[in-house]
Design a protein around this ligand. Structure first.
Ligand code: NDP
Ligand code: GDR
Length: 362
């Protein structure tokens, strides 16, 4: 699917290429024969660890992977990048993506996650590229928030529960609007949670799997969490990036839910992750005094820290991926047990290799 009929391989431009999904998507598109341009932010320390394996110094030979400095909060930068690269497909995965952090930096979250999408769409219009570029917007199951029906599908009404969710709501609708107003090939992927060994360390799944590895190696005593009873539909990021690409290969743009169709609690994730290292968790107490102990030794391994509770929580997410299955032929491949195993094993290996076990307090 890579090569175009006229003039060389397809060109993709990825915002958020240094993140979890961006790195899997870049790998996927390079494999398909694309030339991939990724946007990274200026940072005082290295922030390209997830894509370093894809990068080749142009002085050393030909490459199809290029990195550019940029930021969704800088309109002039976006216009120049799109003008210079002239991509066939744009994947907007850039965002302040942490729900709890969005309560602390709500204005920045709105600037990057909501207005950033508008800036990008306007750049395409200003450059006269609205009808030539295909555009993917990273929408989210957080739009459903206090879910109005279960399972959630494309037609389920939205009810966001965080500054992040509210910013993504604007992003969703401005994408729909530019599709309808200017005939753009712009699609929203409404993706339910997807994880991997590359997941950011402060999202709950990775926080758990890193802690299991650190505890197992005697580097940490206890894991502190917030709401253990929140339920999520957890898939693998590697499977989900293929769905993003499939959306842009359709003749007509549209919006699609990508999900596994199964929901699990944070508590179940904890139990499954400790089971990989042969520990069974028994729960004692209730509320903020609840603890998870090793059923064999009695050692307290999991505690509650109220700091991790959110001002407004999303209690239950369960996606219905029927439309994606029927129209895109997409389905998830990695099940819950396999996902947890892959993440725990990767973190055990990282600790063996000497990775620092410290956990951010988020
Ligand atoms: P990550 O947090 O791992 O990656 C986010 C990326 O966006 C990083 O590359 C980050 O750069 C970049 N970024 C942040 N702010 C800006 C900005 N102002 N300008 C340009 N780039 C910016 O997220 P994921 O890979 O997990 O998610 C990708 C996208 O999908 C996000 O938009 C997220 O909101 C959305 N999403 C994620 C889901 C999930 O379960 N993973 C589910 C549904 C939607 P840096 O590395 O410098 O921080
Ligand atoms: P989420 O992911 O908010 O669903 O957003 P996260 O892993 O942060 O939280 C999932 C659930 O776990 C509960 N929880 C904790 N969460 C964190 N981070 N840390 C804790 O200690 C903890 N304890 C319990 C949370 O309350 C929540 O209910 C992710 C992001 O990738 C978004 O960008 C994306 O849009 C959505 O998934 C779909």
């Amino acid at each position: 699917m890579g090569p175009k009929t006229s003039g060389g391989p397809k060109k993709a431009l990825i915002f958020g290429v240094t993140g979890q999904d961006g790195s899997y998507l870049a790998e996927f598109l390079l494999e398909k024969g694309y030339t991939v341009h990724g946007v990274k932010r200026r940072s005082s320390s290295f922030n390209t660890a997830r894509v370093d394996h894809l990068y080749r110094d142009p002085h050393e030979g030909p490459t199809r992977f290029f990195l550019h400095h940029g930021d969704l909060t800088d309109a002039t930068n976006l216009i120049r990048l799109v003008q210079e690269i002239r991509p066939d497909e744009i994947y907007n995965l850039g965002a302040q993506s942490h729900v709890q952090v969005s309560f602390e930096v709500p204005e920045y979250t709105a600037n990057a996650d909501a207005v950033g999408v508008l800036r990008l769409l306007e750049a395409l219009r200003i450059l006269g590229m609205a009808d030539t570029v295909r555009f993917y917007q990273a929408s989210t199951s957080e739009l459903y928030g206090r879910a109005q029906e279960t399972p959630q599908r494309e037609t389920t009404p939205f009810y966001p529960r965080s500054p992040y969710g509210a910013a993504k709501l604007y992003a969703y609708w401005i994408t729909v609007n530019y599709r309808e107003a200017y005939g753009m090939h712009a699609s929203n992927g409404i993706l339910f949670n997807h994880e991997s060994p590359r997941r950011g360390e402060t999202f709950v799944t990775r926080k758990i799997t890193r802690a299991v590895a650190a505890i197992e190696h005697g580097l940490q005593e206890r894991l502190y969490l917030g709401n253990l009873d929140a339920r999520r539909d957890w898939g693998h990021a590697r499977d989900y990036v293929e769905g993003m690409w499939l959306m842009l290969q359709q003749d007509r743009p549209d919006d699609y839910v990508l999900a596994t169709g199964e929901t699990r609690s944070v508590r179940e994730f904890v139990e499954r992750a400790f089971a990989i290292v042969g520990r069974e968790i028994a729960w004692r107490g209730a509320g903020v005094d609840e603890i998870g102990v090793d059923a064999r030794t009695g050692q307290a391994l999991v505690g509650i820290d109220p700091r991790y509770f959110r001002p407004t929580e999303v209690d239950l997410l369960l996606g219905d991926p029927t439309k994606a299955r029927e129209r895109l032929g997409w389905t998830h491949r990695t099940g819950f047990a396999e996902l947890v195993r892959e993440m725990v094993e990767a973190d055990l290996e990282a600790v063996r290799q000497g990775a620092a076990p410290e956990l951010e307090p988020t």
